[in-house]
Ligand binder design. Structure first.
Ligand SMILES: Nc1nc2c(ncn2[C@@H]2O[C@H](COP(=O)(O)OP(=O)(O)O)[C@@H](O)[C@H]2O)c(=O)[nH]1
Ligand SMILES: [Mg+2]
Length: 374
């Protein structure tokens, strides 16, 4: 990747005033009337901090009250035991209202233009009468202090649109933990009536795979330039994508973007598609070219139509829920195992024996599992 995008990013996100504005907008984001972070003073309304009952949460979320929705998401994100049980009860009560949306994951290297694209596309969709929720999965944000700050300053227009809701990445915890929180947040947004969910993820580590496993459609945003076309290829991310978009196809870059797209299309024709019965292709787009965004949304519309008709849409959703359950079981069992008193007693000695090659790994595992079961 060239140095331009990241430099530009720093420039935009770096000013203190902007950072401060973003931080204050982090809790309750969208809809000028909702929080006062960006809205007119007249539209401000104090958000009651009193404890909400389960029914308050349900009524608030279902009626699309963004202040309550934000608090419900905070509840879902909380690691406190009492919050967790309330959050789960809330989800159980709302479940029948969830799922009526198109879930789109968007990945690409930092600087590819994902956030800018999401803002422009989001605005277009709001204009067309959609309600758009933007979520993020950024496992690096808790380390770097939150790259989402840059994103939020960049989505300034969308933040103010009453039909949009933007929620930064949940902080802390394992990727599995972040994924659970994002999935549950997605469900809450659906219950609140958002019919398009856009999930941005940085192209880092396993985050793409995790986001792929929670969305209907996966978009890979690329940029033309030396070797960039291969970047996704190498990591196998292209194989997860339902659409590849060579972004920033504008100005001087237009020709290069078109050439890159043609190259990618040749490569894609040799790959197994991410979704059975659907051919992944590459198009060009630009956040500054509404036509290209309308075109991009058209592709997604066709995808939804076709996969709904073939049953693939529903099948993927069902499989995703079951896979999610199994992944949570695996994580929970692992946690229980390593918290177990007996295991903790035996583990250091057994690990030493394994490291010293005095004990075969398979026997070590059996011993530990047996002491856990006992
Ligand atoms: N020329 C051009 N620049 C863009 C476009 N989209 C984004 N950018 C610029 O690319 C940089 C990175 O964009 P950003 O949306 O933060 O990328 P992200 O890291 O993938 O979310 C910013 O300076 C944007 O202004 C586009 O369509 N055309
Ligand atoms: Mg971004």
């Amino acid at each position: 990747m060239g140095s331009n995008p990241s430099m530009a990013k720093r420039k935009t996100a770096g000013s203190d005033a902007e950072a401060g504005h973003s931080a204050s907008a982090c809790r309750v984001v969208p809809g000028a009337a909702a929080d006062g972070a960006g809205g007119s003073p007249a539209a401000r309304r104090p958000v009651s901090r009193r404890r909400l009952t389960l029914d308050d949460y349900i009524d608030g979320v279902v009626s699309g009250d963004v202040a309550v929705l934000s608090r419900a998401i905070t509840l879902v994100e909380s690691n406190r035991q009492d919050h967790e049980s309330q959050a789960q009860e809330l989800l159980a009560r709302l479940l029948s209202r969830c799922g009526r949306s198109v879930r789109v994951g968007i990945t690409g290297v930092p600087g590819a233009g994902k956030s800018t694209l999401i803002e422009s596309l989001g605005l277009l969709l709001c204009e067309r009468g959609h309600r758009v929720a933007v979520l993020a999965v950024d496992p690096t944000s808790s380390v770097t202090g939150g790259s989402i700050l840059g994103d939020k300053t960049r989505m300034e227009k969308l933040v103010r649109n009453p039909s949009a809701y933007i929620r930064p990445t949940p902080s802390g915890g394992s990727l599995g933990g972040v994924a659970r929180k994002t999935r549950e947040t997605m469900l809450l947004c659906e219950a609140a009536g958002y019919d398009v969910i856009l999930v941005e993820t940085v192209g880092v580590g396993q985050s793409e795979t995790v986001v792929r496993s929670m969305v209907d459609f996966f978009l890979l945003v690329q940029i033309a330039g030396a070797g960039d076309e291969l970047q996704g290829m190498k990591k196998g991310v292209v194989e997860l994508a339902d659409l590849v978009a060579v972004n920033k196809a504008d100005g001087d870059n237009l020709t290069r973007a078109r050439i890159a797209a043609a190259e990618l299309n040749r490569a894609l024709s040799l790959l197994q598609p991410a979704t059975q019965g659907w051919s992944t292709v590459c198009i060009t787009c630009s956040a500054f070219d509404r036509e290209s965004l309308a075109e991009l949304w058209n592709v997604i519309g066709h995808f939804v139509e076709e996969t709904r008709a073939s049953g693939g849409f529903e099948r993927r959703r069902r499989r995703q829920s079951v896979d999610w359950m199994r992944a949570m079981i695996a994580e929970e069992l692992q946690n229980r195992f390593f918290r177990d008193e007996a295991v903790r007693g035996l583990l250091p000695g057994i690990e030493r024996e394994v490291a010293d090659q005095r004990l075969p790994v398979t026997i070590a595992v059996r011993k530990l599992l047996e002491c856990h079961d006992a």
